[in-house]
Design a protein around this ligand. Structure first.
Ligand code: SF4
Ligand code: SF4
Length: 386
């Protein structure tokens, strides 16, 4: 069996020229850009936008990484477009806020349609047999994904595989949380999505990553690494090992290998470039236990409320904007204004909560945290100790 190559390149700045050099070096380690795109092909770049934020917040793929990849592809004669479907709102304003539009305009790249899409069947899927995919992805011949290395309470880590969730336009994304509340089913859906849209190349921005309360409210953490691979599972597994997170705690690893999307086993991954150990950061703040399978049903709700991590609001940080209420995909809402009073932070009804963490993911103030109930901590300690 051929090993999956993951290139690791040290880069400790977002200086345009230094990032461009690092991206070139990484691609050379993988055999050059011609391995992934041919002159005249239409390739769409998919940065992680989530919600447009200034680059220094480290929520989005940094414009310097986007610029380096866009320029390289252009110089190779590729026809490049780009876009992402954010958690809410349209693609263009969010792309603008994250500093990517300016770069796209400078390079002459076209903004692809990520606001509407078409239904595509996926007969080989493990679980989800059809998806609505953004027109911008369907109208291209290939996808290059540009994830950001960040934490996430649901899959524990967001990198190359999770980045393709933004290929589903608009609020259709949140419906997957309702249909697939179990984190392992949700991970299998993400893998199905990846085997459908097939990213050819993944270039992960780990120069300054996000630790702690990611993917929006965490802390920037300098990791000084760019990761490149054609295998989304292998690149995610390598990033996990760098932050001292067992790839098996990330449900997309196992589902991804089962689906033939890639491999997370270190014996099947060839690291080229810098030594992985030289980036290892055991102090990186992340949840290191696998997600608890939780689902609907009375008994499960009882168990869920005593074992599963739950979202909680830090009232001192909450600005009462209501984004969490708006983003909660269940009806009736599991987080809402108490008696309609918008002068106080919203409150939770945990029996309704499916633990999708959309409230945490989208809170602009990082005011929503994930808390593990005492029983959950005991349960997981016993599991990880056994
Ligand atoms: S999204 Fe965050 S800041 Fe806004 S109301 Fe909810 S908890 Fe408060
Ligand atoms: S309260 Fe938060 S975690 Fe619970 S269902 Fe709503 S958005 Fe998801």
């Amino acid at each position: 069996m051929n090993k999956s190559k993951v290139a690791l390149v040290r880069c400790d700045t977002y200086d345009d020229e230094k990032v461009a050099k690092a991206v070139q070096q990484g691609l050379d380690l993988l055999g050059g850009i011609a391995q992934f795109a041919k002159p005249g092909e239409r390739i769409v770049l998919k940065p992680n936008v989530l919600i447009g934020s200034k680059p220094e917040k480290c929520v989005t793929t940094h414009p310097a990484v986007f610029k380096a990849v866009g320029r390289l592809l252009r110089e190779a004669g590729v026809i490049v477009s780009y876009g992402d479907s954010p958690s809410f709102g349209k693609c263009e304003p969010n792309i603008k806020k994250s500093g990517l539009k300016e770069v796209g305009d400078e390079l002459g790249l076209s903004l692809a349609d990520f606001d509407s899409g078409r239904t595509v069947s996926h007969k080989d899927a493990l679980l989800v047999k059809s998806f609505v995919i953004a027109n911008g992805v369907l109208d291209s011949e290939g996808l290059v994904t540009l994830p950001k290395l960040k934490t996430h309470p649901l899959p524990r880590f967001t990198g190359a595989v999770k980045n393709q969730f933004g290929c589903i336009p608009g609020l259709l994304k949140s419906q997957y949380h309702v249909k697939l509340p179990d984190p392992y089913d949700f991970a299998t859906m993400l893998v199905d999505l990846n085997t459908l849209v097939k990213p050819r190349l993944c270039i992960m921005d780990g120069i300054i990553a996000m630790e702690g309360n990611g993917p929006r409210g965490g802390k920037p953490k300098k990791m000084s690494v760019l990761l490149l691979s054609g295998d989304p599972i292998a690149i995610d597994a390598t990033a996990c090992r760098i932050i001292d997170l067992d790839p098996e705690a990330v449900p997309t690893s196992i589902a991804g290998e089962k689906a033939g999307l890639g491999t997370y086993h270190s014996e099947n991954i060839e690291i080229v470039g810098e030594d992985m150990e030289s980036f290892l950061d055991r102090s990186f703040e992340a949840i290191r236990t696998p997600p608890t399978p939780c689902n609907s049903g009375r008994l499960r709700t009882f168990v869920k409320n005593r074992i599963c991590e739950k979202p909680v609001i830090d009232e001192t940080r909450c600005n009462k904007c209501g984004t969490c209420v708006k983003m909660c995909p269940v009806e009736p809402k599991a987080v809402d204004w108490h008696n309609g009073d918008k002068s106080k932070p919203p409150t939770y009804k945990y029996d309704r909560c499916i633990r999708c963490y959309c409230c945490q993911e989208n809170c602009p103030e990082g005011a929503v945290f994930v808390e593990s109930p005492v029983l959950g901590r005991i349960f997981f300690h016993a599991q990880t100790a056994s």
